[in-house]
Design a protein around this ligand. Structure first.
Ligand code: UD1
Length: 350
């Protein structure tokens, strides 16, 4: 529980997005007041109502672009009572970042800088930052720990995550700011209610939405990118983690800073399950829980993909007292329930 006496007010940037919306639910269910800022580039305002159905509270919401300094400064002038920030708002498509690098730097790095100005102005100390296991590239040692070297980024997207972590390293060293960077492995699944989940616009880049869209009939065939990796079945290995487990970690992280429990001004934690699954194992799990036979074919490796990565989660387990709880079949079932809910909304014209 975050709230002991006074209700904490948390700004959640990107709070209508995939991980953001699940985190808003967890925050509200733990007694926090939430205000969301989102430009809705990659999400929909309908999510607010859905959060309201789950938690009984429709969160406060303002729509503007945090990469734009003027509205961001205006927002912080109007809201002087924010206790902490969870910052999700960012572009996240690896491939797109290759063709639009400037947009990625401007948005992902610019937003963090503008938020820092607001923090300085309002004396807000605590920020949780969405980072990614992509900062490790292909780690030399698995499972990968937080002290593993940061490898040169393979995409502007990955580079923005590294740059933002660097910015936090220096701002937390010299300004009255504390941060926790959470390095997500592969977040999948959806809320149990099937009211919120991932809403990929257009053709999904990520594996699980592509699987569920293929199974529901929106895509013809899943392409499995490579079966000549050095793994048990030749397909690449990732550490898939349920989005609600990720969301819960954010509540713990912001609470840790506010309760003065952090051990250093910037802390970094891996958020994974500690278990790796191949692409074929993910397909098998999906087929097991859905009863649907998936149409897939093996094609060449996708450029930029690493062979295998999974997390050492001991630091998050011991320091945050947090552990991923949901197993792979539960993750895939919730993703499937969400896809079916989306499909029935489409049929009903919602
Ligand atoms: C990538 C990024 C990660 C980012 C995430 C969010 C890298 C190395 N990783 O994760 O930082 O947070 O996207 O979008 O940049 N696959 C297929 N067929 C498909 C799609 C995927 O076989 O149609 C395979 C991939 O080759 C990979 C696995 O499934 O082995 C997972 O892919 P994906 O869901 O795209 O995530 P990552 O590439 O691991």
């Amino acid at each position: 529980m975050i709230v002991k006496n006074k209700m904490k007010k948390i700004l959640v940037t990107g709070g209508t997005g995939f991980i953001g919306s699940h985190t808003v639910v967890e925050l509200q269910q733990n007694g926090c007041e939430v205000i969301i800022v989102d430009n809705l580039f990659n999400s929909s305002a309908d999510v607010l109502e859905k959060i309201g159905i789950i938690t009984g509270i429709i969160p406060a919401f303002e729509q503007f672009d945090l990469a734009d300094p003027a509205p961001t400064a205006g927002f912080f002038s109007r809201h002087s009572d924010i206790d902490g920030i969870i910052h999700f708002a960012a572009f996240k498509a690896v491939g797109e970042s290759m063709s639009k690098p400037l947009g990625y730097y401007r948005n992902n790095v610019g937003s963090l800088l503008n938020i820092h100005e607001g923090m300085k102005k309002n004396g807000i100390r605590d920020i949780v930052f969405s980072s990614s296991c992509t900062v490790y590239g292909q780690p030399d040692i698995l499972p990968v720990t937080e002290t593993a070297p940061i490898k040169p980024a393979w995409s502007p997207y990955g580079n923005t995550k590294q740059m933002c972590e660097d910015i936090l390293r220096f701002t937390t060293a010299s300004l009255p700011v504390r941060a926790i960077a959470l390095r997500y492995f592969n977040p999948i699944g959806a809320h149990d209610s099937a009211l919120i989940g991932e809403l990929p616009l257009g053709v999904p880049n990520n594996l699980v939405p592509f699987i569920t869209q293929t199974a529901i009939g929106l895509r013809q065939c899943l392409k499995v990118f490579g079966n000549d990796y050095d793994t048990t079945d030749g397909t690449a290995i990732r550490d898939y983690i349920h989005v609600v487990d990720i969301a819960r970690a954010h509540v713990v992280a912001i609470e840790r800073m506010m309760d003065e429990k952090g051990k250093s001004p910037l802390e970094v934690f891996n958020l994974g399950t500690g278990k790796g699954f191949t692409v074929l194992e993910i397909i098998q799990s999906f087929e097991r829980v859905s009863g649907v036979k998936l149409n897939y074919e093996i094609v060449d490796r996708r450029p930029g993909d690493v062979e295998k990565v999974w997390a050492d989660t001991s630091l998050a387990n011991t320091e945050l007292g947090w552990k991923a709880e949901k197993e792979i079949d539960e993750m895939m079932l919730s993703a499937w329930k969400w896809e079916k809910a989306l499909s029935s909304n489409r049929v009903n014209g919602k």
